[in-house]
Structure formats: C-alpha cells, structure tokens
Design a binder for this molecule. Structure first.
Ligand code: ACM
Length: 380
C-alpha cells in the first residue's frame, strides 16, 4: 500500500457489520454511524487530500463469517484497518486474523472486558464503565435480589460473572441465571418470565442481545410485570431495540451506556440532525451508532498524522488521542487501548428515548481488567 503523501489513491478501510440476520437490528445502526463519519471526512476533503473508501461486507450475524471476511479484507483487498463487530464472538473470530496479519480492528461495542490485543482499539464501554454504576443504582432503587437472563455466548456469561461479583460484594444475591440461544424467539421467553414471576426478584439483569431483546421485553409485558417494581436492567438495550420492540413495551426499563440520544449538548444535537438528514427523520441514534461514528473520526485524525495505514505507524497516533464526541470529550487510553468514556444511567420513556437519571461528572477511565482505575468516578 502506498504511504507517501504525493499519491491521490483513496485510503481503503474494511467495514464489517451485519445488515442481515438476528443482529442487524443493532449492527445496521453501527454501519450507519461508520458511513456517516466517512461521508463527513470526505466532504471535508478526505485525509491528507485522499478520499476514504469503505470496503463493506455483510457477515449476516454469523461470527465465523466475520473471521472469513476479515481475512478476505486483509489478504485479497489489501486493507489493514477494519471497523466492525458487535458480538464478542464476532470479535473473537476477527482477533486471530488481525493479530496474525498485523491489522487494526476498531471495535465500537460494549463488551465483557478482560481482553487486550495490540491489534484492537476498543471504543465501547468496559465493565467498570457500566456494570459498576448499574449495580449501585439498582441496589439504591430496587433491591438486592437479581435474576440474570442472557443470550448464550461469551459476553453474557462473562458480564454475568462480573455482575455476580459486584452483587455479592454488596451483600446481594443472584436468585436465577438462564441463557437462551442467540436466535431465541418470543416463545422461548414465556417460561422464563413465568419463573421470574414465581421467584420474585427485585431486578432482572438482561444480557440478551439482538432481535431476541425484542422478544424478552414483549414477553415481560405479556407476563404482566411492572418496570416500576421489577425493571429489566441492561447494558445493551438501546434506542434501536426499543424502537423494534415498540416504545410502549420498552418504557420504564433501565440501561447504562456512555451515550443516549437525549444528551442535551449542541454537539449531540448537531450529530442527531446529521444522522436524521442522512437516514430519515424518524431514525434515532444510540450508543452503538455513536461509538461507530466517533471511532472513524479518531482514526482519521491519527491517519492524518501517520499518513500511513501500516498498523505500526498508525497505532501510536491513536493511543492517547482525544475527540469531542457526541457523548462528550473521550480519549483512547494509551495503556489499555480502551476508551475513557462517560457513564450514564437511562430510563426509557414512552417516546423511545432515554431519560438520563444519573451521569458521571467526567469520563470514566477504562479499566478492562477491573483493577481499580476509575473507581473514584463521581456522578450527579
Ligand atoms: C457484546 O457481545 N460485546 C455485546
């Protein structure tokens, strides 16, 4: 790949998000965030005078396909940087490819933590940026008896392990833990909700992802439960899933995230306006759109400095980089290559937006191994 400043060849980057299959409900929004940022960068003249061109494949919600397309991008298409992946299983499928071929995966999704790769930049929240605040909030407002329901793959199992430790450390208990297939349907949740009604937890902690999220919340309504007394609390249910399930179905449930579309800053309002003008007035942003969007801008700034797509030249420019994102100022932590992000606790309202109940006063330092950084975060 040419790396000198005299060429006008475009910079090619890989993009891997599903716009088909059971994860499309959220991954398609990450694709949109990525393409919006690429449009903005090109409209402003590209990077060092060169256009940014996405090479896009649809892995169809299949983790193995992410690995195959990552290899194709790097080996056949000559790409070194890939924006992509929602599920941790898709990230785990791409990891050996980028590590072997020295690529750079930009991963814009909340995940379970406990990972570091010299070939990944993590721009979604780690557990210390969401689970810790969520656990504290639920204890303060709802109670100490948790019921876990999750999709059956690595993120839910690991995220529940972390949440169980947090719950136990505060003297609470986990009274149930159930996993459903990633492709679960509404009928799969009916018996789980019956069990929940019988066991009467104070809170349901959901690590269900993708389309199955819709069925969990719909089955909750059918079971006649009330979010005022026993809400579903989640780290992954965004404005996109709420829209898909029906805004009345989502109302009253809790999510913790770095970003909600209800953030009242000029920066966010402008972001939402640009998103709507590209994708439609009825569309909403969410934490996954936002991370997918800002990470492309962080990449573009680093590339302008490195003027090279070689990972060894680009990555040092990324570490420590700061950006005025729609959620507020973020920075890529130079130690962990995870991002220092804001923490916000939101409750879904009847219009499908999140009312922000609490938020950190500053970005919370990324601490993917939960060794103690960021524990001093202050909330208002
Ligand atoms: C996830 O699988 N990281 C949500």
């Amino acid at each position: 790949m040419a790396t000198n400043g005299s060429t006008t060849e475009p910079w090619r980057v890989g993009v891997l998000f599903s716009n088909s299959g059971f994860m499309a409900v959220i991954e398609d929004t990450q694709l949109r965030g990525t393409l919006l940022a690429i449009d903005e960068i090109n409209a402003a003249g590209g990077i060092n005078g060169r256009e940014l061109v996405p090479m896009i494949y649809d892995p169809g919600s299949e983790p193995a396909a992410f690995g195959r397309f990552a290899k194709k991008l790097m080996v056949e298409d000559g790409v070194t940087t890939i924006f992509g992946c929602y599920t941790s299983s898709s990230r785990k499928a791409v990891l050996p490819v980028v590590e072997r071929l020295n690529g750079l995966l930009w991963y814009p999704t909340i995940y379970e933590g406990f990972e570091f790769s010299p070939n990944v930049i993590y721009t979604g929240a780690a557990p210390n940026q969401n689970s810790v605040a969520l656990c504290r909030f639920l204890f303060d407002h709802y109670g100490t008896r948790f019921f876990f329901v999750g999709s059956d793959y690595i993120y839910p199992r690991e995220s529940n392990r972390v949440m169980r430790e947090l719950v136990h450390a505060k003297g609470g208990e986990v009274i149930g833990e159930i996993y459903v297939p990633l492709r679960a349907q509404r009928r799969d949740f009916a018996p789980i909700l019956r069990r929940i009604r019988t066991q009467r937890p104070d809170v349901i902690f959901s690590t269900v992802v993708g389309e199955a999220t819709v069925y969990l919340y719909q089955a909750y309504v059918e079971a006649g439960l009330d979010p005022k007394t026993v809400p579903i609390a989640s780290l992954t249910t965004t404005e996109a899933e709420i829209r898909a399930m029906g805004v009345d179905v989502g109302e009253g449930h809790i999510t913790v995230a770095p970003y909600f579309d209800g953030i009242r800053t000029d920066r966010n309002m402008e972001f939402i306006e640009r998103y709507k003008s590209r994708y439609g007035e009825d569309q909403t942003t969410n934490m996954c759109v936002e991370a997918a969007y800002f990470q492309v801008h962080v990449f573009a700034k680093a590339l302008a400095e490195a003027n090279s797509m070689e990972t060894d030249a680009l990555r040092p420019m990324v570490l420590g980089a700061e950006f005025e994102a729609p959620q507020g100022r973020i920075s890529v932590n130079p130690i962990s290559a995870h991002t220092d992000l804001w923490t916000r606790i939101g409750r879904a309202d009847r219009r499908g937006h999140f009312e922000i109940l609490r938020e950190s006063l500053t970005p919370v330092l990324a601490d993917p191994y939960l060794v103690g950084y960021g524990r001093t975060a202050v909330y208002q």
